[in-house]
Structure formats: structure tokens, C-alpha cells
Design a protein around this ligand. Structure first.
Ligand code: HEM
Ligand SMILES: N[C@@H](CC(=O)c1ccccc1NC=O)C(=O)O
Length: 279
């Protein structure tokens, strides 16, 4: 005895989208799902492509959130920035978990298609560079790989012409009466700023009396949280890279694992880490 299969149309599920916007239409899935073009017959190349494309989508959202957080801080309304920065940290947590999928690819499997990648490399990810530049890790040498794309170069240059997320936090400290020295009058934002003892002292005062400076205290902790998850991303990346290609040179031309280990030393918000020692 068979029962009739359940039909969601009986309770009103729409079944015809000839004249209406569907899920596939709204999400432009034809564009998204046609954008994977492996260059080899290797089974794992699709994993590699999807891993990177999904990472780039999450980075797009991170950039959107960081920019809005910066606007909120600049407008002296830091509260919405807290939520946005929490989301950025969660995005990095998501990216960190994604390494578990890529880690299932062995060196033997990667070697099957590595040649097809030519000299392309994550080193040329302009969204990754945008996140670093927005956060405050600025190095104009990193513009080089984008010199053939005036549109991308212009958007990175635009980021470098304005204060970073951390600069916005320091300017907020200054507007709240904290002495941050010459940094309050800075006009050139293109390079990473030098560490500043006055900024360290300002953060020390914030951490010494959280109740008195709650917004600045909460902002500082959101920034530390963001950097914490960012550091974990760098660490997961270099560990995966060592596991898959050892100490081979990178396709992008750097020393590979050695280069990435050096990048682990980068600090986005140095005084916020330094201040811990003196509390
Ligand atoms: C098997 C997987 C991977 C390997 C073997 C690998 C390898 C490398 C190497 C060797 C570099 C140094 C630059 C070079 O000379 O090429 C690099 C940089 C980079 N990779 Fe990967 N990578 C892998 C996966 C990923 C994934 C999934 C992402 C996510 C988007 C990514 C993003 C980046 C970025 C953003 C850089 C630049 C880092 C910086 O300049 O600090 N990589 N990668
Ligand atoms: N740099 C990697 C290649 C690589 O991982 C890659 C190549 C093209 C697009 C994204 C990549 N991912 C991260 O660098 C390698 O040396 O094997």
C-alpha cells in the first residue's frame, strides 16, 4: 500500500517562477555557479577553486563591515561598530574553520594541478590586501601585483589615502581628551604608523578604568578580538602551506613558507597588545 507523496504545493508553496523572481534569479546563481573553470583534470582542483572563491566572498563581507565600522567610529557613534567588528571576527572564524576542508588535500593531490596555476597566488588577492590596508598594515610594495589593473590599484590607493581602522580608533581617543601626540595631526596615511608611547599610555588609562571609558574599552577589546582571529587565519594558512608544499618557493615568487612565517610577526594594533604587560 503506497501513500501519495506529500506535495508542498497543497499548502501554498509557489511552483511556477516564469514571471516571478526566484531563488536562482535573486542570488544570480547562474553567474556564481558558472564561475568555476578548472584548468586540469585533477579531482581536487574544484575544491581548491571553491575554497578560494568562498574565501573571497567572505572577505567582501568583511570589507563591507570594516568600512561601516570605520564610518561609525569617525561619526563618534562607536556602538554599531562593536557589532560590525564582532561580525568581522566571526567571518575570520568561518575562514579559519574552512581550512579543515582544504586540509583533506594531500601534497600528491595538489601536485597534480599546481603547474596549472602558473604564477598566480593568493599574494595577488586584492581583497586580502584591502583588509590589511583597511586594518592598518600598510606597505605600498604590496600594490605591485595590481599595477596592471588601474581599477583595483585605484581602490587600494583610495584606502591608503585615508586613516585605517586603527587610526580611526586613535583619533577617537584623541577626541575624547586622550593625548596621542603628533598622531592627532597626521595627514599622510600611506605607510604603517610607528608605535607611539603616548598611545600606549592612553590605552593603559582606558584599561585602568573601564567603567569610565566603556566605549573605548569595548572598542579596544573588539579590535583585539579581530586581530586574534586574523592571526589564527595566518597561522592556519602557513601550517596548511607547509603541510602541502613544504618549503618550495611560492607560485607568486616569494620564499613560500618562510615568507608566510615572517608575516606571522605582523601586528595590526601594536599598542593594544603591548598594554597588557603594564596592566
Ligand atoms: C594548498 C593551499 C595553499 C597553498 C599551498 C598556498 C600557498 C601560498 C604561498 C606559498 C604564499 C606566498 C606567496 C607566493 O609566493 O605564492 C601564499 C600567499 C597567500 N595565500 Fe595561499 N596557499 C594556499 C591556500 C590559500 C587559501 C585557501 C587562501 C584564501 C584566500 C590563500 C590566500 C593567500 C593570501 C591572501 C596570500 C598572501 C599572504 C600575505 O601576503 O601575507 N591561500 N599562499
Ligand atoms: N602560492 C601557491 C599557489 C596558491 O596557493 C594559489 C594559486 C592561485 C590562486 C590562489 C592560491 N592560493 C593561495 O596562495 C603555491 O605556491 O602553490
Amino acid at each position: 500500500m503506497s501513500t501519495k507523496p506529500y506535495n508542498p504545493a497543497d499548502e501554498g508553496a509557489e511552483m511556477s517562477f516564469r514571471q516571478k523572481m526566484s531563488y536562482t534569479d535573486y542570488l544570480r546563481l547562474d553567474d556564481v555557479l558558472k564561475a568555476q573553470s578548472p584548468l586540469s583534470d585533477a579531482h581536487d582542483e574544484l575544491l581548491f577553486i571553491i575554497q578560494h572563491q568562498t574565501s573571497e566572498l567572505w572577505m567582501k563581507l568583511a570589507i563591507h563591515e570594516i568600512r561601516s565600522a570605520m564610518d561609525a567610529i569617525r561619526g563618534d557613534t562607536p556602538q554599531p561598530a562593536f557589532k560590525m567588528l564582532t561580525r568581522v571576527a566571526r567571518i575570520f572564524e568561518q575562514l579559519n574553520n574552512a581550512w579543515d576542508v582544504l586540509r583533506t588535500m594531500t601534497p600528491s593531490e595538489y601536485t597534480e594541478f599546481r603547474n596549472a596555476l602558473g604564477q598566480s597566488s593568493g599574494f595577488q588577492s586584492y581583497q586580502y590586501r584591502a583588509i590589511e590596508f583597511l586594518a592598518g598594515n600598510r606597505n605600498t610594495a604590496m600594490l605591485g601585483p595590481h599595477s596592471h589593473r588601474p581599477d583595483l590599484l585605484a581602490s587600494l590607493e583610495d584606502i591608503l589615502s585615508r586613516p585605517s581602522l586603527y587610526d580611526e580608533a586613535l583619533l577617537l581617543l584623541s577626541r575624547n581628551g586622550f593625548d596621542i601626540g603628533d598622531e592627532a595631526n597626521r595627514t599622510n596615511w600611506r605607510e604603517t604608523r610607528a608605535e607611539n608611547p603616548k598611545v600606549m599610555e592612553a590605552w593603559r588609562a582606558v584599561y585602568a578604568a573601564p567603567g569610565k571609558h566603556w566605549d573605548l574599552y569595548e572598542l579596544a577589546e573588539k579590535l583585539v578580538d579581530f586581530e586574534d582571529y586574523f592571526r589564527r587565519w595566518r597561522f592556519n594558512h602557513v601550517t596548511t602551506v607547509e603541510r602541502v608544499i613544504g618549503f618550495k618557493r611560492g607560485t607568486g615568487g616569494t620564499s613560500g613558507t618562510h615568507y608566510l612565517k615572517k608575516m606571522l610577526e605582523v601586528e595590526l594594533f601594536p599598542e593594544l597588545w603591548r598594554v597588557r604587560t603594564v596592566l
